[in-house]
Design a protein around this ligand. Structure first.
Ligand code: PEP
Ligand code: CO
Length: 468
């Protein structure tokens, strides 16, 4: 097996990404950004050999069904709700945290289905979101330097040498935790957790009185009335209402792990990444001739590509040529994250360039990652007003350029955290001290998430009403 290239002079090979033969290992010959240094290469390889024998986490038919739903969302017939933690952690793999996250996503999707009058595709940032890109290789505290924390699949957050040293056994643990998460989510859904006859199951215990929950309760009551009305006039119960599909997504960052879960499937051509339905390429690893683009071009999953301020129209078009040479509908989701201050300047040229080239994609707004800032008391936060503004601008800009925003990508949790400022309860910088738990980026709490769902409905409907 070829060793993994880590240096950046590999690009001098001038590899032509579109024409070289792809294998599940061809990425190893490219520059690998964000790659951890495992001290024991033999231990890494034997762990990967073990991982290659373990069963996958998702199936090819689920992946192809999600791709089909993306194709419909691209045409405006569905809306994508993608959300979850910035970074999952092993200790948060508990029934309560998983169920609460599911509850928030279900409640948000109910608001969206009801308000948009459209099917909503639910995609969790979970069951594998364990690897994080970092801006620096090393972290220094009080004169001591250690490898940066790269997510629980690589090392641990505690600042000591043993915890920060990349450990291959964590790959197996991440696979197992992802499988447990998947298993629990599937069991909850199969057991009627998502049953529209019983949305009261989705109530979060800690949510007290709030104007938003009143609005939400009124909506649930209205849906309940409609369901009972339909059942009365049809004389039978509406069975499909007790099911909701859930798909998973994570950043395909740690390529040795992704490769080990990349498989062929009987009666299907090509290769699938069976660690998740929807892998995406992060902003820091989107180099055209880099390892991540090379790896993802060869799998049949729908692929997400984060699009940040540094992306030029030309670079984007070349990436699409490599990642989607056949223009297959549903193949590409462009997840743009410019920040509220810059989206107005940066998004229109990209939309126009894609129009000129006849490229159709699914556009998703990530209003989180371009709006991160540090407070004077040392917290990484995101002001709700900026998140809201970027999202509202995204709807307007797409509409003004004969395009369409087909979904949102959010960092959120069902826990009562105080990580983003603002929102209905007007959290301030001093509130952040109360319940700041994220190991990486600040997340929306339940109430802020529900508020986002309601504002999506208002904005999308206003933009559509202005079009007709
Ligand atoms: C993320 O989604 O957590 C992330 C790191 O995003 P980006 O690649 O857009 O910075
Ligand atoms: Co993040």
């Amino acid at each position: 097996m070829p060793p993994i290239a880590r240096t950046s002079n590999q690009s001098s090979l001038q590899v032509n990404a579109a024409t070289e033969a792809w294998t599940s290992q061809s990425w190893r010959l490219r520059t690998v950004q964000q790659s951890p240094s495992y001290p024991d290469a033999a231990a890494l390889e034997s762990t990967l050999a073990e991982l290659r024998q373990l069963p996958p986490l998702v199936t090819s038919w689920e992946i192809l069904s999600l791709k089909q739903q993306f194709a419909e969302a691209q045409e405006g017939r569905r809306f994508i709700l993608q959300g979850g933690d910035c970074a999952e952690s092993f200790v948060d793999c508990t029934s309560e945290i998983i169920a609460n996250r599911l509850k928030v996503l279900l409640q948000m999707s109910l608001v969206l289905v009801h308000g948009l009058r459209q099917p909503v595709v639910r995609v969790g940032r979970f069951a594998g979101q364990y690897a994080k890109p970092r801006s620096a290789e090393m972290e220094t505290r009080e004169g001591a330097s250690l490898p940066s924390y790269r997510g629980d699949i690589v090392n641990g957050p505690a600042f000591d040498l043993a915890t920060r040293t990349p450990d291959p056994r964590r790959l197996l643990k991440a696979h197992a935790r992802s499988a447990m998460t998947m298993n629990f989510v599937r069991a909850l859904i199969d057991g009627g957790f998502a049953d529209l006859h019983h949305p009261e199951y989705w109530k979060l215990d800690w949510v007290g009185h709030s104007p938003l929950s009143d609005e939400y309760r009124r909506m649930v009551a209205a849906i309940g009335d409609s369901v009972r009305f339909m059942e009365t006039i049809s004389g039978e119960s509406l069975h499909n209402l007790n099911r909701a599909d859930f798909y998973t997504a994570h950043e395909a960052l740690l390529l040795p792990y992704e490769e080990a879960l990349t498989r062929r499937v009987p009666r299907q051509h090509g290769w699938f990444n069976l660690s998740t339905h929807f892998p995406w390429i992060g902003m820091r690893t989107a180099a055209l001739d880099g390892a991540h683009v090379e790896y993802l071009r060869g799998v049949r999953n729908p692929i997400g590509l984060k699009v940040g301020p540094a992306m030029t129209a030309d670079a984007l078009l070349r990436l699409l040529d490599v990642l989607s040479p056949d223009h297959e509908p549903g193949r590409i989701a462009l997840i743009h994250r410019f920040g509220a201050a810059r989206i107005g300047e940066l998004l229109p040229p990209l939309i126009e360039a894609l129009h000129r080239e006849g490229r159709r994609v699914l556009w998703i707004s990530d209003p989180m990652h371009g709006n991160t800032e540090s407070t004077s008391n040392g917290y990484k936060t995101r002001p709700f007003a900026a998140i809201r503004s970027e999202l509202e601008q995204a709807f307007e800009i797409h509409a003004a350029h004969a395009s369409r925003l087909g979904g949102v990508h959010l960092e959120l949790t069902g826990e009562n955290v105080t990580e983003c400022t603002g929102g209905a309860r007007e959290l301030t910088e001093t509130d952040l001290e109360r319940a700041y738990h994220s190991t990486v980026d600040p997340r929306l709490n339940y109430e802020q998430s529900l508020e986002i769902a309601m504002l999506i409905v208002r904005k999308r409907n206003a933009v559509q009403a202005a079009e007709v």
